[in-house]
Design a protein around this ligand. Structure first.
Ligand code: GDP
Ligand code: MG
Length: 449
């Protein structure tokens, strides 16, 4: 085999277990990616240790090279911590379902109240918004504006200046407002109540107590902790404080439209064990979506399309072919040009080699290997093999000078190209035979599987 193909085949080979060196190199890259994504340092440390342990014990898959396989494990672990399957809202058996929002000031609670109300309304629910943030003078008004835009009523202590505002007048006690709001929802047969609460700029004893009191008063079915995705390293402390002070049933990650890589998501999920349920992605009420752990995982990893690539590789890898090939090796049967062609096609199935390069940030070694691979080479090899007769494919030894010229003409290549291919194939065949007698030389391609 030429060096070029040898190095490409290297990426397809490997059996047995992942080596410690392979794992450590990739884990280093992952650690950097996580820290760049602002995942809390303590979380990164624990996470990478867990990944390393799992990778050490795992078998090499036929479709992936070691680095890809470690990335795959990392991705699976990330998705797992981020909640695996997306969790939907829990609705009360007897309405109204009470949803309370908690989080720091500016986290995006009031905006989220409107988004959630609109989404629920569109699903046929009849939400009522309750303005239990009496901390800032304008907070009630802000919720009223949001409610009007969403086209849902609001229960507020002071009448606002919009028609959607309920005219109930309650004194300035947020706990009482929350309680009365829920009672009103029940009386007016709203099936969902969303209680907006106050936040402070930092973690604050008083604020926590107020939120806990509201929680005790309204017995919510869901307490959603809203956290700004841009909060970075502070995510852990903030989430812990709210988990201890108020406790929450789910997390909403806001401002995901910014450039935050979303490390906060991993930190919060890991530290509190609570699922992330929604993502807020802009200032418009429709900038709201159900949280997707898998998308978030790839955002945190920021490995370009590397995860897509891994999926493609796994799909392209035809396990049946591999099994057949493995059997050939095991029984010492000859590796034929047809097998060679199948291997080539598997390479091609994985998509453009050059494009794959672009999908592999920081994977220097792999990139080098792929860099030297000319995709057109596979096309040429394919054309040459296709221009051979079945007899020639079975027994290349019969391909004499005139046959070579004919094959070159038929494949639109040159006799030199045909000669090169046959030499290369002979090398591969020799290697396959060696392997069938008990393992190839170190670093040489083994069969997938
Ligand atoms: P609260 O103090 O927790 O109620 O936060 P607000 O809902 O008042 O939001 C604070 C600021 O962040 C406001 O200017 C919002 O328009 C903005 N905001 C909220 N959610 C998002 C979001 O998902 N993306 C962006 N870009 N801005 C947001
Ligand atoms: Mg607010």
């Amino acid at each position: 085999l030429s060096d070029r193909l040898t190095s490409t085949f290297k990426n397809l080979r490997t059996r047995g277990r992942l080596s410690e060196a392979d794992i450590d190199a990739t884990v280093r890259e992952i650690r950097r990616a996580l820290l760049d994504a602002d995942v809390a340092v303590s979380v990164v440390r624990e996470f990478t240790a867990a990944v390393r342990e799992r990778a050490l014990g795992s078998e090499v898959s036929g479709a992936l090279n070691p680095a890809q396989q470690v990335v795959k494990i990392v991705n699976e672990e990330l998705v797992e911590i981020l909640g695996g399957q997306t969790r939907a809202l829990t609705f009360a058996k007897v309405p109204p379902t009470v949803i309370m929002l908690a989080g720091l000031q500016g986290a995006g609670k009031t905006t989220l109240a409107g988004k959630l109300a609109l989404a629920l309304k569109e699903q046929g629910h009849t939400p009522l918004l309750v303005a239990a943030d009496l901390q800032r003078p304008n907070a009630v008004n802000q919720l009223a504006v949001v409610a009007e835009r969403a086209g849902v009523p609001v229960f507020a202590p002071h009448p606002g200046n919009t028609s959607a505002v309920d005219d109930a007048i309650v004194d300035g006690d947020p706990v009482a407002v929350a309680r009365d709001g829920v009672a009103t929802a029940r009386a007016r047969q709203h099936d969902v109540v969303i209680v907006d609460t106050a936040g402070r700029l930092g973690i604050d004893e008083l604020l926590m107590r107020q939120a806990a009191d509201i929680r005790a008063a309204v017995q919510p079915d869901e307490v959603l902790f809203v956290i700004d995705a841009m909060i970075g390293q502070d995510a852990v402390n903030t989430a812990k404080a709210f988990a201890d002070g108020v406790d929450f049933t789910g997390v909403v990650l806001s401002k995901l439209d910014g450039d935050a890589r979303g490390g906060a998501a991993l930190s919060v999920a890991k530290v509190t064990g609570r699922p992330i349920m929604f993502a807020s992605t802009g200032e418009k009420l429709t900038d709201f979506e159900v949280f997707h752990p898998d998308r978030m995982a790839s955002r945190i990893l920021d490995m370009g399309d590397v995860l897509t690539l891994i999926e493609q590789a796994e799909r392209a890898f035809d396990s049946e072919q591999a099994a057949k090939m493995a059997e050939k090796v095991a029984t010492g049967q000859d590796f034929t040009l047809a097998d060679f062609l199948v291997q080539m096609q598997q390479l091609k199935n994985m998509g453009s080699m050059k494009k794959m390069l672009g999908m592999l940030p920081g994977m220097g070694q792999m990139r080098e290997a792929l860099d030297s691979f000319d995709e057109r080479e596979v096309d040429r090899i394919e054309a040459v093999i296709r221009s051979m007769t079945p007899a020639e494919r079975d027994n290349p030894k019969i391909i004499n000078g005139s046959r070579r010229a004919r094959i070159a003409r038929g494949s639109g290549t040159t006799t030199t190209a045909v000669n090169q291919l046959l030499e290369r194939f002979e090398g591969a065949q020799k290697m396959m035979r060696q392997m069938s007698r008990g393992g190839g030389p170190n670093g040489m391609p083994a069969l997938p599987g």
